[in-house]
Structure formats: structure tokens, C-alpha cells
Design a protein. Structure first.
Ligand SMILES: Cc1cc2nc3c(=O)[nH]c(=O)nc-3n(C[C@H](O)[C@H](O)[C@H](O)COP(=O)(O)OP(=O)(O)OC[C@H]3O[C@@H](n4cnc5c(N)ncnc54)[C@H](O)[C@@H]3O)c2cc1C
Length: 210
């Protein structure tokens, strides 16, 4: 089925890179309106003190897709969808705020009483992020250990998983990331597979740091 945003009120759930792609595509397909909703608070205009150099700076960013228009909402939790004749028509949401962190280090989220609102929605695009690779099937079948976020456990010296002869690299190991990391990890892991099989490798390591 061909899904198009043409003449539709589009709501994109998730304010990351994938959400940005959805916003741009919706505009180019001729959406009536495009609203992007992010659960987390709007990042600061300048680099956040929580991400000093050399960490990737947490700060507010706009892509060329955002420059095409639309509304960006932050600190909004979607409660439920309302529909007519089997089709979504409206999204019900509430504003939230984040307080002290809990034991796991995640800030506690609190709904702001009386801040409930609705948005017209003919098309809802879920861009809420990659959580971890699918466990059922291959990963559970092999009995591979996972890290605290559900990714395949393997450190970046050997790329070896908990099962001898099985290696992991890229998003399934480090979590959702970037193509450059996938390329780099793929090369490094290939080298470590060579070492595992041959005892040594003529493949050059390009790793700048561990
Ligand atoms: C919408 C979107 C936009 C993005 N935009 C950017 C961007 O602009 N710039 C950027 O740098 N990164 C971007 N990323 C992230 C980037 O795509 C990933 O970081 C990168 O593709 C990770 O590469 P990978 O090889 O680790 O995993 P993947 O590219 O996900 O490749 C994994 C492959 O394994 C296959 N597979 C899964 N299970 C099995 C199995 N059991 N057997 C065999 N094969 C299997 C899958 O079908 C898939 O082809 C984006 C991601 C998304 C989703």
C-alpha cells in the first residue's frame, strides 16, 4: 500500500534524525500540516554542560527538513489516538516535565495537570527510535548476552560476543548510531575475526581510540 502525506495533517512522533526525515518527506509530498512531537525537553541553544568536549554536544538543532516548515513540540507525551471509521483523526497528548533522576539515572517524568491538548492527525508516523535489535530468533537462539540496553554484549577490542566464534558490530552492538560508526566497527570486527581464525591479521586497524 502506498502511504502518502498529501493533503493530510501529519504528526511525527519522535524528534530525532528519523523524525526529521519524516518531516521533510511529508512536506515534499504536500502535507496539509506537519507537527513533530518529542517526549524530551527542547535541548538548549548552546552546548549543554552535560556534554562537554569531546562528547557530541547536546544542543538544539534544525535540519534542512525542519527549515521547510511545520511545528515542533517538545516535552509532550502522547496518551492515545482518536479515530473515525477505522482511521486516526486526532491525537490526545499532555505536556510533561522532567525532574530528579531515578536509581537508573533516568530523569523522572511528570505530567503537567491541565495541560492536555489534541492535534488533528490523518497520518501518524512513529519515529521513536531504535531500541535494540530483535531478540527473538537469532540472538536468543544463539544465547548471546546483551548489555543493559538490550544490545549484543561485545567490547570494542575483540568485538567477540559471549559465544565463541560470534562477533557483533554496528547498531546491534552499540545501539542506534551513525553510518560512519557502522563502517568503522565493521572493519575492526572483520580484523578481529581474521585474528580469531588465523591468529594474526594483515588488515590494518584504523581505530583512532578504543
Ligand atoms: C530512518 C533512518 C535515518 C537514518 N539517517 C542517518 C543519517 O542520515 N546518517 C547516518 O550516519 N546514519 C543514519 N541512520 C543510522 C544508520 O542507518 C545506521 O547507524 C546504520 O545503518 C547501521 O548499520 P549496521 O550495518 O550496523 O545496521 P543496519 O544498516 O541496520 O544493517 C543490518 C542488516 O542486517 C539485516 N539482518 C537483520 N537480521 C538478520 C538476520 N537474522 N540475518 C541476516 N541479516 C539480518 C537487516 O535486514 C539489515 O540489512 C539512520 C537510520 C534510520 C533508521
Amino acid at each position: 500500500m502506498n502511504i502518502s502525506a498529501r493533503d493530510k495533517h501529519v504528526v511525527v512522533l519522535g524528534g530525532g534524525d528519523t523524525g526529521s526525515d519524516c518531516v521533510g518527506t511529508s512536506h515534499r509530498q504536500g502535507a496539509k500540516s506537519v507537527t513533530s512531537i518529542e517526549l524530551l525537553e527542547r535541548p538548549p541553544e548552546e552546548r549543554s554542560p552535560t556534554t562537554p568536549w569531546p562528547l557530541w554536544p547536546l544542543m538544539f538543532r534544525s535540519s534542512s527538513s525542519h527549515d521547510e516548515g511545520g511545528t515542533r513540540e517538545y516535552a509532550v507525551l502522547t496518551r492515545y489516538f482518536e479515530g473515525e471509521n477505522g482511521r486516526v483523526k486526532r491525537l490526545h497528548a499532555v505536556r510533561v516535565q522532567f525532574g530528579e533522576s531515578d536509581e537508573s539515572g533516568r530523569p523522572k517524568m511528570e505530567e503537567l495537570q491541565g495541560s492536555e491538548f489534541t492535534i488533528d492527525a490523518d497520518l501518524v508516523l512513529l519515529a521513536m527510535g531504535f531500541v535494540h535489535p530483535v531478540h527473538e530468533g537469532l540472538l536468543d537462539g544463539l544465547g548471546l548476552q546483551k548489555d543493559g540496553r538490550g544490545n549484543v554484549q561485545a567490547e570494542t577490542t575483540s568485538y567477540a560476543t559471549s559465544e565463541p566464534g560470534f562477533f557483533a558490530a554496528g547498531d546491534c552492538r552499540r545501539g542506534q548510531s551513525l553510518v560512519v560508526w557502522a563502517i568503522s566497527e565493521g572493519r575492526e570486527a572483520a580484523r578481529m575475526v581474521d585474528v580469531y581464525l588465523e591468529g594474526d591479521s594483515s588488515l590494518q586497524s584504523k581505530r583512532a581510540y578504543i
